[in-house]
Design a protein around this ligand. Structure first.
Ligand SMILES: NC(=O)C1=CN([C@@H]2O[C@H](COP(=O)(O)OP(=O)(O)OC[C@H]3O[C@@H](n4cnc5c(N)ncnc54)[C@H](OP(=O)(O)O)[C@@H]3O)[C@@H](O)[C@H]2O)C=CC1
Ligand SMILES: Nc1c(N[C@@H]2O[C@H](COP(=O)(O)O)[C@@H](O)[C@H]2O)[nH]c(=O)[nH]c1=O
Length: 366
């Protein structure tokens, strides 16, 4: 293993002789990974059932020539888009290194294999953030590139860059493995431990926390709520407060409702606003119901009744509590299932909260 790879925790493989592989200092590679992750993160919530992916193309000195992401299922993958941009800018002759958040695909799906697109370019050095968990692809892209003489470096499990690349695809990896959507619960709790807003209101958190809530909605593919919340709040549950470049918004709205209490006019209004509204009468089936509809990541915005049921059944993947103190100060706590990479990592303001243990303090639900 070369010194470059040892520094990054990567597993380098020597290229076959005669290829123009390039050894770059790790800080330049890390900078390219950050750029690729940031670009991919702009499309989280737009790509389902595909994963968000970013790609940076560098010259032999480590300068970034172009950065691109996968925008939407059925459109160009990140690598193909980055290569096209590079060609359009007349920079292809300088292209030497590709830095990709996810293993390049090696199969022909809705688009052609990215491994072949890379091999058709001058690039002979590829950095991969994480191997593709999709069983149709697993291993194929890296093997194909290596067989053709590329130096392929796969990041080891430790370090910021690898964690960010994994966080991008956590819901996709979970869905690929289990067929179930990743469930993020978001709850607001006041200083007295109550989730119930003051009379006449539907929310009580700060402007900044509400904006965070809408950014979470924008990044997810579905919203889950309960019949009690629908009856009490007639919530909109759509994306407001934040602009968007890709029209991202959850398209599915799942309402947990065993007794058929959801009013027909609220449902009709939600449908008119573009939601595919589904009723769930058994929460045990909720993650699979969402997964079967192509939902990778769902945000649960429900009251204490449904949250208590989800918690008792262990039906959550990460849990964000926005605690509002009596003086209005707010505290963010994130509980994460042990051994998983929360996609909430993609929200920098939550960074300091991600170490919260899976403990009682994170689950006040009353
Ligand atoms: N602070 C916050 O973050 C939030 C606060 N709220 C507040 O919460 C209050 C409403 O709370 P609540 O009445 O508890 O409403 P919920 O949104 O929690 O909905 C409760 C309903 O969920 C359904 N449900 C519960 N368990 C299951 C299950 N196992 N399978 C299927 N459905 C199930 C039940 O429907 P059924 O009765 O048919 O069995 C139950 O009545 C409102 O005041 C609202 O403003 C709401 C969202 C967020
Ligand atoms: N109370 C509360 C939240 N509650 C959630 O927001 C819903 C209102 O959404 P909308 O109708 O789209 O504005 C409400 O019914 C509930 O699901 N969210 C928060 O970020 N902070 C809060 O204090």
């Amino acid at each position: 293993m070369s010194a470059v790879n040892a520094e990054s925790g990567g597993t380098g493989h020597a290229p076959t002789s005669g290829t123009a592989s390039v050894a770059l200092p790790w800080p330049l590679v890390a900078r390219a990974f950050r750029a690729a992750v940031d670009e991919a993160a702009r499309f989280v919530g737009a790509t389902a059932p595909n994963p968000p992916v970013g790609c940076a193309i560098l010259d032999r000195h480590g300068d970034i020539l172009t950065v691109a992401a996968h925008h939407r299922a059925g459109t160009a993958h990140a690598e193909a888009r980055a290569l096209r941009q590079c060609a359009d800018l007349g920079l292809m002759a300088r292209a030497a290194v590709a830095v990709v958040t996810l293993e390049p695909c090696n199969h022909t799906g809705r688009t052609g294999p990215c491994s072949e697109a890379i091999l058709a370019s001058p690039i002979r050095t590829v950095w991969v953030g994480v191997a593709d968990p999709n069983p149709r692809v697993a291993g194929g892209g890296i093997d194909r590139l290596r067989a053709a003489g590329c130096a392929v470096h796969v990041l080891g499990p430790d370090g910021e860059a690898a964690a960010a690349c994994r966080a991008l695809i956590t819901p996709f990896a979970h869905w690929s493995r289990t067929g179930r959507a990743w469930l993020t619960v978001k709850q607001a709790v006041d200083g007295a431990g109550s989730m119930i807003p003051p009379a006449g209101r539907t929310t009580f958190t700060s402007d900044a926390a509400l904006t965070l809530a809408h950014r979470l909605r924008r990044a997810t593919d579905a919203i889950v709520t309960g019949s009690g919340t629908v009856l009490a709040d007639r919530p909109g549950l759509d994306v407001r407060r934040v602009a968007d470049h890709a029209g991202r918004a959850p398209r599915l709205l799942a309402v947990c409702d065993r007794r058929g209490r959801v009013p027909a006019d609220w449902r009709a209004d939600a449908v008119a606003r573009g939601f595919d509204v589904r009723t769930c009468d058994d929460i045990a089936r909720l993650p699979a119901l969402l997964g079967a509809a192509g939902v990778l990541w769902a945000l649960v915005e429900a009251g204490p009744g449904l949250l208590a049921a989800l918690r008792a059944a262990g039906l959550w993947d990460d849990w964000l509590t926005i605690g509002v103190g009596p003086d209005g100060t707010e505290r963010l706590d994130v509980a994460v299932r042990t051994g998983t990479d929360t996609p909430l990592r993609l929200f920098p303001e939550l960074g300091a909260s991600l170490t919260a243990p899976e403990g009682e303090a994170c689950f006040p639900a009353s």
